[in-house]
Every structure is written in C-alpha cells, then in structure tokens.
Write a protein that binds this ligand. Structure first.
Ligand code: GCU
Length: 604
C-alpha cells in the first residue's frame, strides 16, 4: 500500500467516526474520566412502550425524558426513581431472575454531577452494550450503536445543562436474523450494559487516536500515526518513548493526522519477556500515556514467526464468562481469574471466542505474555446478501481493531467462525479481510474454516483459506461422530502452504461424573477424546497451534439435557465452580512436556 493510499484510508477511517457522532477514542482507561459504574435505575420494557406510542410511532416524550408529574393530576406512567436497579458493568441475566432468559428492551438511567469548565469537551464512552443501544443525555438523543461487544464514544458537550445531568440508555438484546451474530448461536444472549461506562473530560483539542507499532516485518522502525480532534492548525504533536531516547515533534499533518516513521531499536515484546514501553503523546493541551510492546508477527510457509522465530500457539478457547459471577466477564478481577487458569494450563495463547472481549483481559494477557486471537461474531448462518448485515459486521471489525491495534499480544484478527461455504459468504468475508488488512497491515488474518472429509482424510480445501494468513479449523472427531480412537486412522491434507491452527476440538463432561471411557458425559470420555486428539494432531507437520474447546463450561440455550447440561455447554476443562476435569491435566501435560509427550503411553 502506498503512503498516499495509507493516508487517504486513515483520513476515511478517522473522519467516518465523526460523521456519525461516534468517536474512535484510543486508551479510554487512561484518560481523565468520571466513572458511571455502579447501580443504575431500570425499567423492563418488553413492548418498547417507552419508545413507541400506541400507533407504533417513535414517541418524542418517551422514558428517556425521565418526566415527573407536573401536578397531582398530571399523567406520567413510569418513574425511574421508584423502579428496580441493576449494576453496571454486568449483564442483567445473572442479576435479576426475572431477566435470566429475557430478550427485549431494558431502560437504564443514571444521574451524574459534572462541573462544566470553559475550554473543556465532554465525551461518554461505553465499553459494550448488548445488543442495540440508544443513548440520551438530559432527554436528548445523542446517538445509537449496534453490536454487543465493541466500545463506542459520543460527544455530549452541547447536551450538558449545568451540574445536574442524567443519561438514559435504551438497551435491546433481541436477536435478529439480519444481526451479527444472527439468531442462532451456541452462547447465552447476555443483555445489558456489560462493560464500563465513563464520562471523559478532554481539552478543546485532544489526542483522539493513535497507532504506534513496529513497521511490518522490521524490528528497528517504529511507524504509525496520531490523530488530533479539534482545531489542530499549527498545533504540534510530541511523541516520546523515554527509554529508547525517542522524543519527536511532529508538525506535518493531513487534516489532524500526524504520520511518522523513526529508526529505533526497542527491546522486543515476546511471550517470555512481555516488555512494555511507556509512551507519551502531547497534542495541544492534552497529554495521554500508554504502555506499548513492540514485536513482529508474520508467517513463512506453514510456520508462524514471532520476532522471526517459530512459535507454537499452545492455546485454549474462552468465552467471555466470569469465573466469579458466572455471567459476562467485565472486570480486571475476572480477567486475572481466567488468566490464572490459562497459565496453570501452560498456555501462551488464548482464542477469545466468538466476539471481541473486554479490554481488561487483553491488557492483562499482554502483561503476562499471552498471545490473543480476537474475533467478530460472524458466526454460522449470517445473512451474506444483506448489505446492512455487512456494514454491521464491518463496523464491529473496525471497532475491534480500533480499540486493540496497539496491543502487542493481539496477533490474529478472525473474521468468521464455521460459516457454510458459498459464493456470497466468500464475497462477504473477502470484504472484511480486505478491510482488516487496510486498517492494520501488521497483524495476521484468520477464521475457523470448513473442512472436507474423505476416506479417513481431513482435507483443508475451503476456498476461504486462499485469502487468509493462518487457517483455522474446528473438528470434533470422537465427539460429533465416531469414537475417540478413530482419530488414529485420520491423516491430514492441506491444499495450502499456510500455518494451521486447530481452533476447536473437544468433548463434554459433567465434572464429578466418573465411568469407563466409553460412557458419554463422563470425565473419562472427555479425557479419552483429548488423548486421541493430541496423538493425532501432534503428527500434523503444518500444525502451528491449537485452542481446544473450551477453558470453562459456559451457558447455552442449546444445551438443555437435564442433570448433565441444564443449559450449560459442558465442553469446558473446568466446571463453573472452578473444578478441573481429568482432561485438563492431559492438555497441561501436553503443553508442559511437548517434547517428551509423544513417547508417553496414555494407556491406549
Ligand atoms: C462449534 C462452535 C462453538 C460451539 C461448539 C460446540 O464448533 O464453534 O461455538 O460451542 O461447536 O458444539 O460446543
């Protein structure tokens, strides 16, 4: 890509966010914020009575006005202050049993005091709201967002009225055929304001966004861009990384975007030494600091290279569920609890399935040297020919990349999971892949593709693989079809000279249920699946990683089997109560003694 195209694309990337009132704000947590976390008042509204009038037209005086009766005869049929409360950040399903399986609208309201200062601007940021959010401040609509797993930011300066303010959010988690994801998934449809909410105070001109990484496939060039928001005529930007004596003043900019490229020789970030540099950016009266790691990730034939050296991704898949609340994970405590088990398992990599996870797990994993596969919920039977569905998917991809593009441990952007082969699917995904590469040429693109099977041969021949850097593939030999031992008859063939990651394999077990290894749902059955899978996979020369399905049992409406599932998918290596199943120790042994593992006799 020529520098001109790169600049034109950046201009598009950064301005598109302004036109829809939404602002792509980098490094929210390190800004001057007022947290709106805590209890919000709520109104459960399955008929959207607070949004539509009885003729089903948008009501200009809906619940978002937070009206009070003007007199004793005045008719107001709602009252936030006398309604229930819900904690933010957290899903509503695990806070209120009336909402455990609820799919529809819940109104949230939070009052906040704010001392307005001349020369300051005020933004509001939501870490995530599942699935659709309409945001109002002091009764005025300020914006709308679709997509349950990516952050969004609006400017609210002109909506603030003195010190006493309130924000109302209409949250609707109804699944939609044209949605992303679509109607059918194998995870719980947790609704609510599921991540942090902050009011952010910035100067008139502030550092809105930046991308600071090693240049592609180079270890001694730091390249990127910084975007100012506000009147930036003649305002220089200062970029400093003190530990490598980098102190640069940038003056040239394209409409507020300052591109740069410097020689530097930073200590490289890797899984053993996850070194992060303190980076400071000054633009106008705004200063923001971040901690950034520098590394290269690339492929060479069927090998993945981290800083030029082959790396095998010893991973595990994970949904975003908290071992503490057994609901949507959101906090740093949730992240640290998950990472503790991941490290005990001997992993250097996590597949964060099937949607972008919260920033706490990404940043905590970055500090621990754990590599990340991050994915948008283009899952199963998406409406490939629907242009709004495509725009929604592309927007969620853009927001995922925008938030985490400076995180050294994020090495893979995944655009799909188990999507049925078709021309329209390939066209849809090709668009997303082109977009991802344009937004971020420094990372690898993958997806969980579809395998072919013929006469004991697993064949990697999905045309999607042609346009991926790394081939992901899910297979459940021994669980969905065949016996675990059948894996020993299988050989693997790939039509592509590219690295393969087995992005899912596994089987279910109820923790504490013990029987012989042929008894479905016993820990011994699951253990036998892992043993036979690992013996088979260990022989594939182009296999460069795996993320077995899955770290922890997780809730799913597709898994009702009484006494065994009870609406939990039991493929976890760990139970919701934190108990490790026998298969956990098989995978741990494989990861921690891979060299000698092949000779181990697992009693087969
Ligand atoms: C699929 C899918 C997962 C699902 C798993 C299962 O591979 O990608 O989301 O949970 O199989 O059936 O348990």
């Amino acid at each position: 890509m020529t520098m001109l195209n790169f600049k034109l694309l950046l201009l598009w990337f950064c301005t598109i966010s302004l036109s829809g009132q939404q602002i792509h704000l980098q490094n929210v947590h390190n800004r001057n914020i007022i947290s709106l976390n805590g209890y919000w008042k709520i109104i459960i509204d399955p008929y959207e009575n607070g949004f539509y009038d009885y003729r089903y037209q948008e009501n200009p005086n809906g619940y978002f006005k937070n009206k009070k009766p003007a007199s004793e005869s005045d008719l107001v049929e709602y009252d936030f202050d006398r309604s229930d409360s819900l904690y933010v950040p957290r899903d509503w399903n695990t806070q209120n049993e009336k909402l455990f399986m609820y799919e529809g609208t819940v109104w949230y309201k939070k009052s906040f005091d704010l001392k307005i200062s001349e020369g300051k601007r005020y933004l509001i940021n939501f870490g995530a709201v599942n699935y659709n959010a309409v945001v109002y401040v002091n009764g005025d609509k300020i914006g709308e967002h679709t997509g349950g797993f990516t952050q969004f930011t609006f400017e609210i300066t002109k909506y603030l009225k003195g010190e006493k303010n309130f924000v109302v959010v209409k949250v609707d988690n109804k699944r939609l055929r044209e949605g992303v994801p679509t109607l059918n998934t194998d995870w719980w449809n947790y609704g609510g304001i599921t991540r942090d909410v902050s009011v952010i105070i910035v100067p008139e001109t502030f550092v809105q966004d930046y991308f600071i990484q090693l240049a592609e496939n180079e270890s001694n060039t730091i390249k990127g861009w910084i975007k100012l928001n506000g009147n930036n005529t003649g305002i220089p930007v200062k970029l400093s990384i003190p530990e490598i004596n980098l102190n640069e003043t940038l003056t040239e900019n394209d409409n507020g975007i300052f591109n740069f490229e410097f020689n530097a020789n930073p200590k490289l970030w890797d899984t053993e030494n996850p070194y992060l540099y303190k980076v400071k950016i000054i633009g106008g009266q705004d200063t923001t600091t971040d901690r950034i790691g520098f590394r290269n990730i690339e492929t060479e034939g069927s090998t993945i290279l981290l800083n030029g050296k082959p790396v095998f991704l010893k991973g595990i898949s994970s949904h975003e569920e908290s071992p503490i609340t057994n609901g949507r994970a959101a906090t740093e405590d949730d992240a640290l609890a998950v990472l503790e088990v991941v490290k005990e398992l001997g992993c250097n990599y996590i597949r964060l399935a099937h949607y972008p996870h919260n920033e706490n797990i990404i940043r905590a994993a970055e500090k621990s040297g754990i590599l990340i596969w991050s994915e948008i919920p283009v899952y199963w039977t998406i409406l490939w020919n629907n242009s709004q569905t495509y725009s929604n998917a592309e927007n969620q991809l853009t927001e995922m990349i925008s938030r985490d593009k400076n995180r050294a441990n994020v090495i893979i952007w995944s655009v799909a999971n188990e999507t049925p082969r078709s021309d329209s699917r390939l066209k849809f995904l090709r668009g997303l892949i082109d977009k991802a590469r344009a937004l971020d040429p420094t990372r690898l693109i993958s997806a969980a593709t579809e395998l072919s099977y013929d006469e004991n041969k697993m064949i990697i021949d999905d045309p999607l693989c042609e346009i991926l850097d790394i081939i992901g593939a899910n297979e459940y030999l021994g669980w969905y079809g065949g016996k675990p031992e059948d894996a020993q008859k299988i050989s693997w063939v790939s039509k592509f000279n590219k690295p393969l990651i087995i992005s899912e394999f596994g089987g279910g077990a109820l923790y504490g249920f013990h029987a012989d290894k042929n008894t479905r749902w016993s820990e011994e059955y699951q253990e036998n699946v892992y043993i036979n899978q690992l013996i088979m996979l260990d022989k594939i020369p182009f296999l460069q990683g795996m993320s077995p399905w899955i770290l922890m049992d997780f809730r799913s409406p597709r898994r009702p089997l009484p006494g065994i599932q009870d609406f939990w998918n039991r493929k976890g290596l760990v139970s919701p109560e934190g108990n490790k199943k026998k298969a956990f120790y098989i995978l741990e042994q494989y990861y921690k003694s891979k060299k000698t593992w092949r000779n181990n006799d697992f009693g087969n």
